[in-house]
Design a binder for this molecule. Structure first.
Ligand code: PRX
Length: 561
């Protein structure tokens, strides 16, 4: 495919001055940036907040919160004090280095403060997506026997305390209290001085649960070491500089929301916008205008939804601050890039990475031409190859397994309690990490995504494991068997489609359909709920193991639709 090329726009850093094209990039050159380089110890919270205060930038805005009801900011100094107070409350309640602290909060400064408070005392933070329902919350906390949870009262009905026996303390961010300690009220009385708990680069920082095609979601643990690549990609890929106002639309429960919504911008000392609530075109344009956002990181589904709005909608807003736009999580259609270029006069820079990779690995850099349809090229310091089934490199334009030469600074530290799963990312030996994605490269090294090599579903950039949805459906009394696949969708990329074999005595009507959708939505999470359900007499299965052949269901889906 001869892709139309969009030339580079202005960028604040000239990457060529920091890295010579074609040369390997030595990540250790970034170490000089961090305390670790001097003291041998480090802490992500210190590097994101305190160091800017120490460097005389304390009065700069760190967070800018905008919702329908409220708008306010935290300077780096204010954020430091607030994080210290919350951390002192956590210490008072016994939280110590290495403990898991889960954070189940909406997009709100409290979520950032809670995460940093836990990190600053050496705990491992587990941000949970705000729309998770009871089972999703329970499975994750139980898997690592989490003792601490920070949440708000309105989320408590999704936290089944009896079924999470390891939980010793649930903190609430509401001041009214109740049976649970109110972290905000206790923080008012706590000291704003704190001795940072210094850790090693390889100590645990955060855990995100992520889905594959089999089994329950796995806990991916990342270490403080990630700051090296997160800082550097914030600089090179997000193009962040001191006076930027940056907005990442993802919730920290997803890895993008943590890495590029919390860590990378603050490591670079820029103002980070937090906007509550889900997508609405008007509200989003308003945020871009009101907060004077200059760098904006979002996802293809959102861009496609904006494209679907009346043509002149953007013209009602002053978007003159915006200078750099990025996308991640799912394939970004060339039409969307062209539309954005015409409409906003800006390129959308696609980026590729995964929960497991901890930071961007492939990206369209601001200084490089974009080929719409391509995710860009490996960033400096990253080498990739496309491998065939035997693990041999393929020539340009041949589709195979996207493999990354390991390791890089932000590669996951471990899969929690699951070394076998960890090893499964390296089927051809330690040298190559396999993403599970299929892709080809062109002769200039641009990477073109071609799909997944497994059954993982990607709906609006949210990674959904079919097994988790199938298991939930099986808990419904009407369901004898279930098979779940991703069905192509023009806006969401894919939607969740379920095939159901119904137990005798249940009527296959609309009532049952709606009840099944509601069942998954209320017990697991809205984004996992099947948008389409089809009743089927029998599911295709493998002869030997009797496993559901999702591939067959998917094929049939394509023929039928
Ligand atoms: O299939 C790829 C897809 O999202 C997967 C990773 O999902 P998750 O761990 O939830 O992380 C999402 C964002 C960091 C990948 O294996 N994916 C990610 N970026 C792209 C993408 N697919 C196409 N184009 C992308 N730019």
């Amino acid at each position: 495919m001869a892709a139309a090329i969009i030339p580079p726009q202005s960028a604040s850093y000239n990457i060529e001055t920091e890295w010579l094209e074609g040369e390997p990039f030595d990540w250790s050159t970034v170490h000089a940036r961090f305390t670790w380089n001097v003291t041998g110890k480090v802490n992500m919270a210190y590097e994101c907040i305190d160091r800017h205060v120490d460097e005389g930038k304390g009065e700069r805005n760190a967070l800018h919160y905008i919702s329908e009801e409220e708008e306010y900011t935290y300077t780096f100094s204010e954020l430091k004090r607030e994080v210290n107070r919350w951390a002192n409350v956590l210490l008072d309640h016994g939280v110590r280095k290495g403990d898991f602290v889960f954070v189940f909060l909406p997009k709100h400064p409290h979520c950032h403060i809670a995460m940093f408070a836990a990190i600053k005392i050496g705990a491992v933070v587990g941000p949970l997506f705000e729309a998770f329902m009871e089972e999703a919350v329970k499975d994750r906390i139980n898997d690592c026997e989490g003792k601490y949870l920070i949440t708000e009262d309105s989320f408590l009905d999704r936290v089944n305390r009896e079924e999470i026996p390891s939980l010793t303390t649930i903190f609430t961010t509401n001041k009214t209290g109740g049976v649970n300690p109110s972290i905000t009220r206790e923080a008012e009385k706590a000291s704003d001085e704190l001795e940072t708990v210094w850790v090693d680069l390889d100590d645990g920082l955060n855990i995100h649960y992520t889905s594959g095609s089999t089994g329950k979601p796995k806990g991916i643990i990342h270490a403080h070491r990630n700051m090296i690549q997160q800082y550097q990609t914030g600089r090179w890929v997000l193009d962040l500089k001191d006076d930027d106002v940056y907005w990442c639309t993802a919730h920290p429960g997803w890895v993008t929301g943590t890495v590029y919504g919390v860590f990378a911008p603050l490591l670079n000392g820029v103002t980070t916008v937090i906007h509550g609530g889900r997508f609405s075109a008007e509200a989003w344009y308003e945020v871009l205008e009101k907060a004077e956002v200059s760098v904006w990181y979002s996802a293809p589904t959102a861009f496609r939804m904006l494209k679907g709005e009346p043509k002149d909608m953007h013209a009602h807003y002053d978007l003159s601050s915006l200078r750099h736009i990025l996308s991640v999580g799912e394939p970004l259609n060339p039409e969307v890039i062209h539309w954005a270029y015409q409409t906003w006069k800006l390129r959308i820079h696609d980026t590729w990475w995964m929960t497991e990779t901890g930071a961007q690995l492939i990206a369209n850099l601001p200084t490089r031409p974009i080929k719409p349809g391509s995710m860009g090229r490996p960033i400096p310091g990253i080498e990739i190859d496309i491998l065939n089934e035997e693990g041999h490199p393929l020539p340009p334009y041949e589709t195979g397994h996207l493999a990354i030469h390991s390791a890089w600074p932000s590669l996951m530290k471990e899969v929690w309690k699951n070394p076998i799963k960890f090893a499964s990312y390296f089927p051809f030996g330690e040298e190559w990490y396999l993403a599970g994605d299929l892709a080809y490269v062109d002769e200039e090294g641009y990477v073109f995504f071609q799909g997944r090599s497994d059954d993982m579903i990607n709906s609006s950039g949210e990674r959904i494991g079919p097994f988790e949805v199938e298991s939930k459906l099986l808990e419904h009394p009407a369901v004898r068997e279930s098979g779940v696949v991703g069905k192509p969708d023009p806006v969401r990329g894919e939607i969740v489609k379920a095939f159901i074999v119904v137990n005798e005595g249940f009527e296959k009507g609309d009532d049952l359909l709606n009840d099944l959708k509601r069942f998954v939505k209320t017990e697991l999470a809205a984004h996992c709920a099947p948008k389409e359900i089809e009743f089927i007499e029998e599911l295709p299965k493998t002869q030997i193991s009797g496993k559901v052949l999702r591939r067959e269901l998917k094929k049939r889906e394509k023929v039928d639709s």
